[in-house]
Design a protein around this ligand. Structure first.
Ligand code: ZN
Length: 319
């Protein structure tokens, strides 16, 4: 390439680059212009909208002025209607049966009870403990702590031996003994609400007192003015699934679904670490699902009737 043609090549290249650059700049300028126009049109739309809103507010004002001028009587009527409406919505919500849960712990007290009490305190919920007399004698301070923390203690059995189901005498001897221990520790007579070892429908009693023993003893106990409490949700902490806390939690939840009145059964025996492990989650589940936590310390007559209706309290034992 000669010097001349090299210079003209450079010159042409310069022209080409400049032209390309100018086109690019123009294009950007065009885009900028378009964007600005769009922004202006958006601003205009916004302006129109806010003007409409101002107009709307202005349209509302005459009504407000009229309201201020309305006489006292109309104001009082309006207030009455408002109150009636509030009452109506309140009474219609009362018709919905409230969800309630009674957490119950059997066969304690034991050192585990202290851990359970700590959780209940942290979560601020009450519970009921159906205790064993010979354990109460071993841990009187835990019994007192339980009651003083706002929870209920009710008699379960003195010995928790199924041989108590041999005769009426053997049953009442055991019951009287746990009631004596109860009074000696807490200083007052035990209430007449109990839980049978194994529950009112237990089959083990048949081995001792025969097929009719539970139907007969439960009717006799009722005749003496007692009530007995069973359960309708089990945690499984006294069964082989106590090895799996996850399975226990699932069992409690599945038993509580569509169940507005829950009496859940746990055991505060020393080795039940899984019970302590799942208890916070169990409580959170009931809280999340709108349950009120209740105990037999301040159970109402209406609640006892409801529990009876649902076969949790004083369920007739049929063989
Ligand atoms: Zn028991």
């Amino acid at each position: 390439m000669g010097k001349k043609s090299y210079i003209s090549f450079l010159f042409l290249s310069a022209i080409f680059i400049f032209t390309a650059y100018s086109i690019g700049v123009n294009q950007s300028a065009l885009q900028l212009k378009q964007a600005n126009e769009r922004l202006a049109s958006l601003e205009e739309q916004l302006k129109i909208q806010s003007m409409n809103e101002v107009e709307n507010v202005e349209q509302l004002t005459p009504e407000l002025t009229e309201d201020n001028n309305e006489n006292q009587e109309i104001k009082q009527l309006k207030e009455k209607i408002r109150k009636l409406k509030a009452e109506l919505s309140k009474s219609s919500s009362n018709k919905e049966p409230e969800k309630k849960v009674f957490l119950t712990f059997d066969d304690g007290p034991s050192p585990l009870t202290n851990e359970i009490l700590d959780i209940l305190k942290k979560k601020e919920v009450p519970a009921t403990f159906f205790t064993i007399g010979n354990m109460m004698e071993q841990y009187p301070d835990i019994v007192k702590r339980t009651y003083d923390s706002g929870h209920m203690i009710l008699p379960h059995s003195y010995s928790h031996k199924y041989s108590i189901y041999s005769t009426f005498d053997s049953f009442y001897e055991d019951l009287n003994k746990v009631e004596e221990v109860y009074k000696s520790i807490l200083g007052f007579q035990a209430p007449s609400i109990v839980r049978f070892p194994g529950g009112s429908s237990n089959q083990t009693s048949i081995k001792y007192g025969g097929k009719d023993y539970m139907p007969n003893i439960s009717a006799d106990l009722r005749g003496r003015g007692y009530s007995y409490v069973d359960w309708n949700v089990i945690s499984g902490d006294a069964s082989p699934i106590s090895k799996s806390p996850d399975q226990m939690l699932k069992q409690v939840i599945s038993g509580s679904e569509n169940n507005k009145f829950v009496v859940a059964l746990f055991h505060d025996i020393a080795q039940n670490k899984a019970t302590v492990k799942i208890l916070p989650d169990v409580i959170d589940y009931y809280k999340k699902n709108g349950y009120t936590f209740r105990s037999f310390k301040d159970v109402t007559e209406i609640e006892m009737k409801e529990l009876e209706k649902r076969g949790i309290v004083n369920k007739p034992v049929v063989r």
